[in-house]
Design a protein around this ligand. Structure first.
Ligand SMILES: Cc1ncc(COP(=O)(O)O)c(C=O)c1O
Length: 273
Protein backbone atom coordinates (compact mmCIF):
# COMPACT_ATOMS: atom_id res chain seq x y z
CA UNK A 1 0.00 0.00 0.00
CA UNK A 2 1.38 3.42 -0.88
CA UNK A 3 0.17 6.70 0.57
CA UNK A 4 1.02 10.33 -0.05
CA UNK A 5 1.05 13.52 1.95
CA UNK A 6 1.15 17.26 1.34
CA UNK A 7 3.43 19.56 3.35
CA UNK A 8 3.38 23.30 2.66
CA UNK A 9 3.01 23.14 -1.13
CA UNK A 10 4.71 19.82 -1.83
CA UNK A 11 3.22 16.38 -2.45
CA UNK A 12 5.46 13.59 -1.18
CA UNK A 13 5.34 9.90 -0.27
CA UNK A 14 3.91 9.79 3.26
CA UNK A 15 7.16 8.64 4.90
CA UNK A 16 9.05 11.60 3.37
CA UNK A 17 6.86 14.36 4.90
CA UNK A 18 8.58 16.28 7.71
CA UNK A 19 8.32 19.44 9.82
CA UNK A 20 11.04 21.01 11.96
CA UNK A 21 11.83 20.13 15.55
CA UNK A 22 11.03 23.70 16.63
CA UNK A 23 7.40 23.36 15.49
CA UNK A 24 5.11 24.72 18.22
CA UNK A 25 2.93 21.62 17.86
CA UNK A 26 5.86 19.51 18.98
CA UNK A 27 7.13 21.91 21.60
CA UNK A 28 3.85 23.16 23.09
CA UNK A 29 1.02 21.09 21.64
CA UNK A 30 -0.16 24.08 19.58
CA UNK A 31 -2.01 22.71 16.59
CA UNK A 32 -5.38 21.60 15.24
CA UNK A 33 -6.50 18.89 12.86
CA UNK A 34 -9.47 17.36 11.15
CA UNK A 35 -10.18 13.93 9.72
CA UNK A 36 -12.41 13.21 6.77
CA UNK A 37 -13.12 10.12 4.76
CA UNK A 38 -13.89 9.05 1.22
CA UNK A 39 -16.43 6.62 -0.14
CA UNK A 40 -15.87 4.96 -3.50
CA UNK A 41 -12.86 7.24 -4.07
CA UNK A 42 -14.89 10.42 -3.47
CA UNK A 43 -14.53 12.76 -0.51
CA UNK A 44 -17.50 12.53 1.89
CA UNK A 45 -18.87 15.78 3.45
CA UNK A 46 -15.35 17.21 3.15
CA UNK A 47 -16.62 20.81 3.13
CA UNK A 48 -17.67 20.16 6.75
CA UNK A 49 -14.13 19.02 7.63
CA UNK A 50 -12.64 22.17 6.12
CA UNK A 51 -15.20 24.38 7.87
CA UNK A 52 -14.45 22.71 11.22
CA UNK A 53 -10.69 23.02 10.65
CA UNK A 54 -11.18 26.73 9.96
CA UNK A 55 -13.24 27.14 13.12
CA UNK A 56 -10.67 25.26 15.23
CA UNK A 57 -7.85 27.31 13.69
CA UNK A 58 -9.68 30.60 14.27
CA UNK A 59 -10.21 29.74 17.95
CA UNK A 60 -6.44 29.25 18.31
CA UNK A 61 -5.55 32.29 16.14
CA UNK A 62 -3.93 30.17 13.46
CA UNK A 63 -4.29 31.09 9.77
CA UNK A 64 -5.25 28.43 7.25
CA UNK A 65 -2.97 29.29 4.31
CA UNK A 66 -5.16 27.84 1.49
CA UNK A 67 -8.70 28.30 0.21
CA UNK A 68 -11.38 25.60 0.40
CA UNK A 69 -11.11 24.65 -3.26
CA UNK A 70 -7.34 24.26 -3.09
CA UNK A 71 -7.57 22.09 0.03
CA UNK A 72 -10.25 19.92 -1.58
CA UNK A 73 -8.24 19.54 -4.81
CA UNK A 74 -5.11 18.48 -2.91
CA UNK A 75 -7.09 16.02 -0.78
CA UNK A 76 -8.59 14.44 -3.90
CA UNK A 77 -5.14 14.30 -5.53
CA UNK A 78 -3.74 12.49 -2.46
CA UNK A 79 -6.60 10.00 -2.62
CA UNK A 80 -6.09 9.40 -6.34
CA UNK A 81 -2.31 8.95 -5.97
CA UNK A 82 -2.48 6.70 -2.92
CA UNK A 83 -3.20 3.01 -3.10
CA UNK A 84 -5.51 2.62 -0.09
CA UNK A 85 -8.68 0.55 0.38
CA UNK A 86 -10.75 3.34 1.96
CA UNK A 87 -8.71 6.53 1.92
CA UNK A 88 -9.18 9.09 4.67
CA UNK A 89 -7.58 12.53 4.83
CA UNK A 90 -5.95 14.01 7.92
CA UNK A 91 -5.73 17.81 7.75
CA UNK A 92 -3.15 19.11 10.20
CA UNK A 93 -2.33 22.71 10.96
CA UNK A 94 0.58 23.16 13.35
CA UNK A 95 1.91 26.28 15.06
CA UNK A 96 4.98 26.14 12.84
CA UNK A 97 8.69 26.70 13.37
CA UNK A 98 8.39 30.18 14.74
CA UNK A 99 8.17 32.16 17.90
CA UNK A 100 4.81 32.76 19.55
CA UNK A 101 4.70 36.26 17.97
CA UNK A 102 5.49 35.36 14.38
CA UNK A 103 3.45 32.34 13.60
CA UNK A 104 3.90 30.58 10.27
CA UNK A 105 1.67 27.54 10.49
CA UNK A 106 2.49 24.33 8.68
CA UNK A 107 -0.38 22.89 6.65
CA UNK A 108 -0.08 19.14 6.31
CA UNK A 109 -2.48 16.74 4.63
CA UNK A 110 -2.02 12.99 4.89
CA UNK A 111 -3.81 10.19 3.04
CA UNK A 112 -4.43 7.34 5.48
CA UNK A 113 -6.39 4.13 5.60
CA UNK A 114 -9.75 4.69 7.32
CA UNK A 115 -9.63 2.66 10.57
CA UNK A 116 -12.05 -0.27 10.73
CA UNK A 117 -13.62 -1.94 13.75
CA UNK A 118 -14.32 -5.66 14.27
CA UNK A 119 -17.76 -6.72 13.05
CA UNK A 120 -18.64 -8.00 16.52
CA UNK A 121 -18.99 -4.40 17.76
CA UNK A 122 -21.70 -3.76 15.17
CA UNK A 123 -23.55 -7.02 15.80
CA UNK A 124 -23.24 -7.16 19.61
CA UNK A 125 -22.31 -3.64 20.70
CA UNK A 126 -19.21 -2.25 22.40
CA UNK A 127 -18.32 -1.60 26.03
CA UNK A 128 -17.54 1.89 27.35
CA UNK A 129 -15.91 3.02 30.57
CA UNK A 130 -17.11 6.32 32.03
CA UNK A 131 -14.65 8.84 33.38
CA UNK A 132 -15.03 12.40 34.63
CA UNK A 133 -13.10 14.65 32.30
CA UNK A 134 -13.77 17.82 30.31
CA UNK A 135 -11.79 18.50 27.14
CA UNK A 136 -10.25 21.96 27.07
CA UNK A 137 -11.87 24.11 24.34
CA UNK A 138 -14.34 21.33 23.46
CA UNK A 139 -15.38 22.82 20.11
CA UNK A 140 -11.78 22.86 18.91
CA UNK A 141 -10.39 19.71 17.32
CA UNK A 142 -6.96 20.22 18.83
CA UNK A 143 -4.12 17.71 18.61
CA UNK A 144 -4.36 17.15 22.40
CA UNK A 145 -5.61 13.61 23.11
CA UNK A 146 -3.41 13.20 26.18
CA UNK A 147 -6.12 11.97 28.50
CA UNK A 148 -7.43 9.21 26.27
CA UNK A 149 -3.93 8.04 25.34
CA UNK A 150 -2.91 8.08 28.99
CA UNK A 151 -5.87 5.82 29.85
CA UNK A 152 -5.40 3.43 26.91
CA UNK A 153 -4.03 0.65 29.13
CA UNK A 154 -6.75 1.03 31.77
CA UNK A 155 -9.38 0.93 29.04
CA UNK A 156 -7.92 -2.33 27.74
CA UNK A 157 -7.86 -3.82 31.25
CA UNK A 158 -11.61 -3.11 31.44
CA UNK A 159 -12.19 -4.55 27.94
CA UNK A 160 -13.68 -1.22 26.95
CA UNK A 161 -13.61 -0.03 23.36
CA UNK A 162 -13.47 3.54 24.58
CA UNK A 163 -14.06 6.03 27.36
CA UNK A 164 -17.26 7.98 27.96
CA UNK A 165 -16.52 11.45 29.28
CA UNK A 166 -18.86 13.25 31.66
CA UNK A 167 -18.61 16.55 33.51
CA UNK A 168 -20.59 17.98 36.42
CA UNK A 169 -23.68 18.60 34.28
CA UNK A 170 -23.79 15.85 31.76
CA UNK A 171 -22.29 13.04 29.77
CA UNK A 172 -20.43 14.79 26.96
CA UNK A 173 -18.73 12.54 24.42
CA UNK A 174 -16.18 9.82 23.89
CA UNK A 175 -12.58 10.94 23.16
CA UNK A 176 -13.09 10.50 19.40
CA UNK A 177 -16.85 10.04 19.02
CA UNK A 178 -20.19 11.58 19.92
CA UNK A 179 -22.67 9.83 22.20
CA UNK A 180 -26.38 9.14 21.61
CA UNK A 181 -29.03 7.30 23.62
CA UNK A 182 -32.57 6.13 22.95
CA UNK A 183 -35.26 6.26 25.59
CA UNK A 184 -38.13 4.53 23.81
CA UNK A 185 -38.38 6.30 20.46
CA UNK A 186 -36.76 9.50 21.76
CA UNK A 187 -33.22 10.07 20.59
CA UNK A 188 -31.13 12.02 23.10
CA UNK A 189 -27.66 13.47 22.58
CA UNK A 190 -25.58 15.92 24.61
CA UNK A 191 -25.28 19.35 23.02
CA UNK A 192 -22.87 21.29 25.26
CA UNK A 193 -19.13 20.96 25.87
CA UNK A 194 -18.63 18.62 22.93
CA UNK A 195 -16.98 18.60 19.54
CA UNK A 196 -19.72 18.89 16.93
CA UNK A 197 -19.10 15.71 14.96
CA UNK A 198 -19.90 15.58 11.28
CA UNK A 199 -21.37 12.10 11.68
CA UNK A 200 -23.44 13.45 14.60
CA UNK A 201 -24.86 16.16 12.33
CA UNK A 202 -25.76 13.67 9.58
CA UNK A 203 -27.32 11.21 12.06
CA UNK A 204 -29.44 13.98 13.58
CA UNK A 205 -30.64 14.97 10.09
CA UNK A 206 -31.46 11.37 9.17
CA UNK A 207 -33.18 10.71 12.50
CA UNK A 208 -35.62 13.62 12.33
CA UNK A 209 -37.93 11.73 10.02
CA UNK A 210 -38.18 8.73 12.36
CA UNK A 211 -37.69 9.85 15.94
CA UNK A 212 -38.34 12.58 18.46
CA UNK A 213 -34.97 14.28 19.13
CA UNK A 214 -33.72 15.92 22.31
CA UNK A 215 -30.34 17.69 22.21
CA UNK A 216 -29.76 18.30 25.89
CA UNK A 217 -27.70 17.51 28.97
CA UNK A 218 -27.70 13.86 30.04
CA UNK A 219 -26.67 13.34 33.68
CA UNK A 220 -24.65 10.15 34.15
CA UNK A 221 -27.46 8.69 36.31
CA UNK A 222 -29.73 8.73 33.27
CA UNK A 223 -27.80 5.77 31.85
CA UNK A 224 -29.78 3.50 34.21
CA UNK A 225 -33.02 4.33 32.39
CA UNK A 226 -32.01 4.39 28.72
CA UNK A 227 -32.89 1.57 26.32
CA UNK A 228 -30.16 1.89 23.69
CA UNK A 229 -26.92 3.77 23.13
CA UNK A 230 -24.46 4.30 20.30
CA UNK A 231 -21.41 6.28 19.24
CA UNK A 232 -20.91 8.17 16.00
CA UNK A 233 -17.70 9.14 14.24
CA UNK A 234 -16.09 9.27 10.81
CA UNK A 235 -14.52 5.85 11.22
CA UNK A 236 -17.21 4.19 13.37
CA UNK A 237 -20.31 5.49 11.54
CA UNK A 238 -23.08 4.38 13.97
CA UNK A 239 -21.54 1.95 16.46
CA UNK A 240 -23.83 0.40 19.10
CA UNK A 241 -22.93 0.43 22.79
CA UNK A 242 -24.05 -2.57 24.83
CA UNK A 243 -22.51 -1.88 28.24
CA UNK A 244 -21.19 1.11 30.18
CA UNK A 245 -19.08 0.40 33.27
CA UNK A 246 -20.01 -3.27 32.87
CA UNK A 247 -23.73 -2.48 33.24
CA UNK A 248 -25.95 -3.43 30.29
CA UNK A 249 -27.72 -0.70 28.39
CA UNK A 250 -31.36 -1.81 28.02
CA UNK A 251 -31.26 -5.53 27.19
CA UNK A 252 -27.50 -5.36 26.54
CA UNK A 253 -28.00 -6.17 22.86
CA UNK A 254 -28.24 -3.91 19.79
CA UNK A 255 -31.69 -2.31 19.91
CA UNK A 256 -34.05 -1.93 16.96
CA UNK A 257 -33.82 1.87 16.76
CA UNK A 258 -30.02 1.76 16.68
CA UNK A 259 -30.19 -0.93 13.98
CA UNK A 260 -32.52 1.32 11.99
CA UNK A 261 -30.09 4.27 12.20
CA UNK A 262 -27.13 2.04 11.32
CA UNK A 263 -28.96 0.97 8.16
CA UNK A 264 -30.16 4.48 7.26
CA UNK A 265 -26.64 5.88 7.72
CA UNK A 266 -25.11 3.12 5.58
CA UNK A 267 -27.65 3.83 2.84
CA UNK A 268 -26.87 7.55 3.01
CA UNK A 269 -23.12 6.85 2.71
CA UNK A 270 -23.60 4.54 -0.26
CA UNK A 271 -25.83 7.01 -2.10
CA UNK A 272 -23.73 10.09 -1.32
CA UNK A 273 -22.54 12.01 -4.33
C1 LIG B 1 -13.69 14.74 20.65
C2 LIG B 1 -14.41 14.20 19.45
N1 LIG B 1 -15.76 14.13 19.46
C3 LIG B 1 -16.45 13.65 18.40
C4 LIG B 1 -15.77 13.20 17.24
C5 LIG B 1 -16.57 12.67 16.07
O1 LIG B 1 -16.53 13.58 14.99
P1 LIG B 1 -16.75 13.13 13.48
O2 LIG B 1 -18.11 12.53 13.40
O3 LIG B 1 -16.64 14.39 12.69
O4 LIG B 1 -15.68 12.13 13.15
C6 LIG B 1 -14.38 13.28 17.19
C7 LIG B 1 -13.68 12.82 16.00
O5 LIG B 1 -12.50 12.50 16.02
C8 LIG B 1 -13.67 13.79 18.32
O6 LIG B 1 -12.34 13.89 18.31
Amino acid sequence: MSAYCYVNGEILPKDKGTVGITDLALQRGYGVFDFGRSYNGMLFHFADNIARLRQSAAELHLDVPLGDQEITAIAQQLIDLSDLTTPAIRLLLTGGCSSLDTRQPNLIMIAEELPTYPEVYFSQGAALMSIEYQRELPQVKSINYLNSIRLEQKKRQHNALDLLYYNRQSITESPRSNFFAFCGDTLITPAEDILYGITRKIVLQLATAEFHIEERDMPLEELASIDEAFLTSTSKNVLPVSTIDNKPIGTGSVGKNTQKLMAVFQEYLENYS
